[in-house]
Ligand binder design. Structure first.
Ligand SMILES: Cc1ncc(COP(=O)(O)O)c(C=O)c1O
Length: 404
């Protein structure tokens, strides 16, 4: 008789709180698709699902690298010409105290490595609420208790300093800034960056500044890198190709370590231990970093033009729709409207998919102040698609809740 093993293999209990609402909703969408409907996806921040194209010269660079045999393992920190280009990029961002740069499989891996290299059991890292859910997922994976600080909707979603002060513990090691922000589309002011820097100095924290959307600014004011405002503060600036250069599937990101050399030395060595343990980031794709950062940037003009027009349309809709209000996004391609409804925003988005076939993500999937409800819109689709989607959402709100 064959041996059978029927006892359940349980997943680690520390994964219980690992959620990724953006993709978890796919099951509800699948139900609707099986019934023969087309779902309008305003949930995933992938520009290539819409009318955006990767700049051809960077595709050529990867193709050429593959043809030239760059298909083996790469050096663990990244290939020298990519590292040099990232250092140039850091200088262009006004970061004057660069101590190290390394290439990763997307900013997702930078987040994982940088958090893993920092925290010991019992310590914590301040992360924003709402946040990009990977941060809480990695912290859960590491068995670290979440310590979230609020972003203040009444102050254009700036970090709430008083809440940060309240949440700081003697065991807090770092603070995460997402700027431009996902899911709110907000930008940190210079004053805010200076205040966060002051706090980091006082409490001996490292700052993780996620700037993956730094070239997708929808205002005339340029983006301000945290590390340029606070050159002395230990900081890792996260950047990557996914959004600015329209190649999320290539999985290329990087970290730029800055601050006083002596302060970041031991931590950087820890990061390198992890970089070596995971061998390397995708090899041929790294040859696109230099041509992307140093070559023509024409695609960004077109991307920003489209995003501004789509942001404006989104904002006008939010202002005109009963029960909806929104802080105007200033960067990236997300809006995070508040909705005034008598049920949870999770039910709201699931029913919206079922009834109007429009997919947005519930605010509770990112975190929000108790008693408030939100949803995140990805405004990447063209104006016609957005108009259709917004008409569906407005109709759904009217039918389900009535106009206030
Ligand atoms: C704020 C933020 N950080 C990191 C990432 C992950 O980016 P990557 O594709 O480089 O892993 C995303 C992706 O949406 C993001 O929004």
């Amino acid at each position: 008789m064959p041996l059978t093993q029927s006892r359940e293999i349980a997943a680690a209990s520390r994964l219980e709180n690992v959620r990724y609402a953006i993709r978890d909703l796919a099951c509800v969408a699948d139900e609707v698709i099986k019934l023969g409907h087309k779902v309008l996806p305003l949930n995933v921040g992938d520009p290539l699902n819409f009318d955006f194209q990767t700049p051809p010269h960077i595709i050529d660079a990867v193709y050429q690298a593959m043809r030239e045999g760059k298909n083996g393992y790469a050096p663990s920190p990244g290939v020298p010409e990519a590292l040099e280009a990232i250092r140039g990029e850091a200088a262009g961002k006004g970061i004057t105290t660069v101590r190290d740069v390394f290439v990763t499989a997307g900013v997702s891996e930078t987040v994982d490595l940088c958090l893993s290299a920092l925290v010991n059991p019992g310590e914590d890292v301040l992360s924003p609420s709402p946040d990009y859910p990977l941060y809480s997922a990695v912290l859960c994976k590491l068995g670290i208790k979440l310590n979230a600080y609020d972003l203040n909707e009444d102050d254009a979603w700036q970090p709430e300093l008083a809440d940060i002060e309240r949440k700081l513990t003697p065991r807090t090691r770092g603070i995460v800034l997402i700027n431009p922000n996902n899911p709110t589309g907000s930008l940190c002011t210079r004053q805010m960056l200076e205040q966060v820097a002051e706090l980091a100095r006082r409490h001996n924290l490292i700052v993780f500044s996620d700037e993956i959307y730094d070239k997708l600014i929808l205002e005339d004011t340029p983006h301000l890198a945290f590390a340029s405002v606070a050159p002395d503060v230990p900081c890792v600036t996260f950047g990557g190709m996914s959004k600015n250069y329209l190649v999320p599937g290539w999985r290329i990101g990087w970290g730029i370590v800055s601050g006083e050399a002596a302060a970041v030395k031991a931590y950087t060595e820890g990061v390198h231990r992890l970089l070596r343990a995971r061998l390397c980031a995708n090899h041929p794709e790294q040859y696109a970093i230099k041509p992307a950062l140093e070559g023509p940037q024409g695609h960004l003009v077109e991307v920003q033009r489209k995003l501004r027009s789509r942001r404006d349309l989104t904002q006008r809709w939010c202002e005109a729709t009963p029960r909806v209000s929104c802080v105007a996004p200033r960067g990236a391609f997300y809006a995070y409207p508040k909705i005034n409804i008598p049920e949870s925003d999770e039910i709201f988005v699931k029913e919206l998919i079922r009834q109007k076939h429009v997919m947005v993500v519930h605010g509770s999937g990112f975190g929000q102040k108790p008693g408030t409800q939100h949803f995140r819109i990805v405004f990447l689709p063209d104006e016609q698609t957005l108009t259709k989607a917004y008409a569906g959402i407005a109709e759904f709100i009217r039918e389900r809740y009535g106009n206030e």
